[in-house]
Design a protein around this ligand. Sequence first.
Ligand code: NAD
Ligand code: MN
Length: 496
Amino acid sequence: MGDEIERRDKGAVTATVPWEYAAAPESKEIVRIQDRYGLFIEGRFVDPLSGRTFETINPATEETLSVVSEAGPEDVDLAVRAAEKAWESSWRDLPGRERAKYLYRIARSLQERSREFAVLESLNGGKPIKESRDVDLPLAAAHFFYYAGWADKLAYAFPNREPRPLGVAGQVIPWNFPILMAAWKLAPALATGNTAVLKPAETTPLTALLLAEVIQEADLPPGVVNIVTGAGETGAALVNHPGVAKVAFTGSTEVGKIIRRAIAGTGKRLTLELGGKAANIVFEDAPIDQAIEGIVNGIYFNQGHVCCAGSRLLVQESVFEPVLDKLKERLGTLRVGDPLDKNTDVGAINSAAQLSRIKELVESGIQEGAEIYQPECHLPERGFWFCPTLFTGVSQSHRIAREEIFGPVLSILTFRTPEEALEKANNTPYGLSAGVWTEKGSRILWMTQRLRAGVIWANTFNRFDPSSPFGGYKESGFGREGGLHGLEPYLDLVPR
Ligand code: NAD
Ligand code: MN
């Protein structure tokens, strides 16, 4: 340690890493992965009626971790019926303070077993342990705590109206924040008196199945939460089941549109949290070093597998060069590799399919004439990896400026005036998030009033809190999760 190690980048800038860290892998011993998992229906793990299973792997090594059940329509039917029964026989009539007790138990259990969950999350999803440990798990527990607090206060949340639960919520979640998305979906549903059937993503089922154990231990009435594993067909069977009263989906805009069409006219309630192409806007008066950290956190965090990632950087022309130089230098110091190593900044890409999608879009950037930059990067031989990448010379018409890449790839554009920044930022079919970096409070307000995005960060990026609503404009979806707003999609608000 302490040695100056010089790295020669592919580009012109030479980054200097102050020292290399010795490997510091988190032990896997704390996690017990079963060879095989059933479906979690009516409080028990059961074999799938479909008779089908699939393997779930570690994307950093391609090793098989376990074999998971694939729920067919008949399994989904069992799960929805169990949820209906639990709703009618106990959950909907339970006083809020009683429901809250269960939510508090789950929250505490997530805290107590946080390290176990974090290691499993990194093993199955490829994200760096420092993120699963310091971001995903604390936030997941915080979500259950937060909504536990609302469970007995719904009448105060919606004065002059009587809040009534809807019934069974069918919830489909993606692979980028598996346990956190499970918490975002389940906590408000249960707090408001609904029961749930949750379908985790096919590449990351394991922490949801561990959560099923926590739910058993918390002694939730059987059927209040059911967890069915499988891929798109299982998700489709769930959202189309007539017993489901409310659908909550997070994932691609493509599938969001399919779901919206499929349930149109059924009377089912729907919230969609879809893709994004957020602009991170840096003005010339911004604190540059701080902004560099925000840009890096905005797009390289979780390998860019973030719907609200700051995937488009808009830099004011006058500071373009210093920002680019510093950014390139910072890219050279990012540590890519073993997700379980505590020093890792960028982990594994979640799946082979996602990796090929990233490669395809990066290739299109090169073909369309943008200039690519990658630091020197030693990627492991097995597993799915992508080196942190940035593009300059990007124009609005390039695919890398328009399409969601969902990988560690930043597209840089420039602007001269606030009006131009605004016009470029809003020039996208998406509208999930945005970032503004400037010293001027008045400019922050001017921008936030005009940016068409659900979440806007000022002089920071990718910060989350359970009390703060999250959701999109335009093709990024509708409905809000988190905060007081996050209760509404799970309630009928009847005038008193
Ligand atoms: P996806 O939308 O296909 O998958 C998300 C979830 O939906 C998974 O649980 C999946 O099994 C389920 N699903 C798939 N088809 C379904 C259907 N017809 N009905 C019901 N459920 C269905 O996403 P993907 O294929 O894993 O990723 C593709 C792209 O989507 C990514 O490159 C990224 O751009 C985007 N994405 C966005 C988010 C987000 O958080 N907004 C999350 C994941 C992926
Ligand atoms: Mn898909």
